[in-house]
Write a protein that binds this ligand. Structure first.
Ligand code: SAH
Length: 249
């Protein structure tokens, strides 16, 4: 596959004056502390399991080994934070299994040299994947439609001080045109179809990865590449993501 385009980090004036909320924090390294899950050994074990399951992108594995998943789950669930299981994050939503998160990021990065440029994530949830994306992309725009989760993600991410993560409260089905075009778009919620806005906001040479209902009525991972010859769609394995819903709440 052709090399992905990079994008300037600076946004134009239009984005700055956007009514959507954008969080910009100071740069600082991700650093561990507290809870006994602070040792990077616990994450390295998770990374080894992911590698044994066939995940191999070094940048993705590095991100999985760096971001502390236990900081994104309820205190009652922290002991399960590094198991390959999805976990509830409130308001009926779930954080995906590490394996699925890593798989989707590997698909996003496939064929890309170095970090991705600007990435759009639909469904911030608790913010875990946004933190991971911050390690593999120059800029991350992450949209959440539930105010409670948008605020939870903001609180969770404060600790990490990721200057390249921009949290937005809004309907992700509309994408976020102010940040477009995106080198990659990733959805953590599955709809009946891929919203046209996502396809429009994807850069030429860019890739979209999203769970979508297939013609068989089952949800599967969908990969769409935007090429000069048109959109190329690939249907991959069956998955179980929460539904993509329109509007905000
Ligand atoms: N990436 C998240 C996963 C959250 S689950 C994490 O790491 O925690 C998927 C999220 O998608 C839910 O929080 C849900 O509210 C959100 N969602 C569903 N439809 C949406 C839409 N149209 N716009 C933005 N977020 C949406």
């Amino acid at each position: 596959m052709a090399q992905r385009p990079g994008f300037p980090i600076k946004l134009d004036q239009k984005t700055k004056s956007s009514p959507a909320k954008v969080q910009v924090t100071q740069t600082a390294p991700l650093h561990p502390q507290g809870l006994g899950l602070d040792s990077s050994a616990v994450r390295q074990r998770m990374v080894q399991k992911l590698a044994a399951q066939g995940l191999k992108d070094p940048m993705v594995l590095q991100a999985m080994g760096t971001v502390e998943r236990h900081r994104f789950v309820e205190s009652a669930l922290v002991n399960q934070a590094y198991e390959d299981t999805s976990l509830p994050i409130g308001l009926g939503q779930t954080i995906s299994k590490p394996n699925v998160v890593a798989r989707m990021m590997e698909l996003l990065r496939e064929g890309a040299a170095g970090k991705l440029g600007r990435v759009l994530e639909i469904g911030t949830g608790c913010g875990y994947q946004a933190a991971l994306l911050s390690q593999i992309a120059t800029e991350v725009y992450s949209i959440e439609r539930l105010k409670g989760l948008h605020e939870k993600a903001r609180a969770n991410l404060r600790h990490f001080r990721l200057a390249n993560v921009h949290l937005l409260f809004g309907d992700g089905m509309l994408g976020y045109p102010q940040g477009a075009p995106y080198a990659a778009i990733i959805s953590a919620a599955g709809g009946e179809n891929l919203p046209q806005a996502w396809l429009d906001q994807l850069a030429m040479g860019g890739r979209l990865v999203a769970p979508t209902v297939t013609t068989h009525g089952q949800q599967a991972l969908m990969v769409v590449d935007k090429t000069p010859e048109g959109l190329k769609q690939t249907v991959l394995e069956a998955v179980h993501f929460v539904p993509l819903k329109s509007g905000i709440s």
